[in-house]
Design a protein around this ligand. Structure first.
Ligand code: SF4
Length: 75
């Protein structure tokens, strides 16, 4: 498995410039996106995208506290 999330190429959190605080994006990248498959598969954006078959909305952050079902219902 890759160290970097396979969704990173199209993920706005990874690409950067979407959150008010650039530092938050850096933290997410180090905690999830670039932290190996064990971590990026726990990212809520990753999980939602896998289940929904399409990218997660930008409002869903890697550590989003909602349940997957709640998020999917709102899509
Ligand atoms: S935020 Fe989540 S889905 Fe996006 S690149 Fe990082 S680990 Fe992957």
């Amino acid at each position: 498995m890759e160290m970097t999330c396979p969704k990173s190429g199209k993920c706005p959190i990874f690409q950067g410039g979407v959150l008010k605080r650039a530092n938050s994006e850096r933290v997410y990248r180090s905690l999830y996106c670039n932290a190996g498959s064990e971590k990026y598969t726990k990212c809520m954006r990753y999980i939602v995208a896998e289940k929904a078959g399409k990218p997660a909305p930008i409002s869903v952050l890697p550590n989003c506290s909602k349940s997957v079902d709640e998020i999917l219902k709102e899509l």
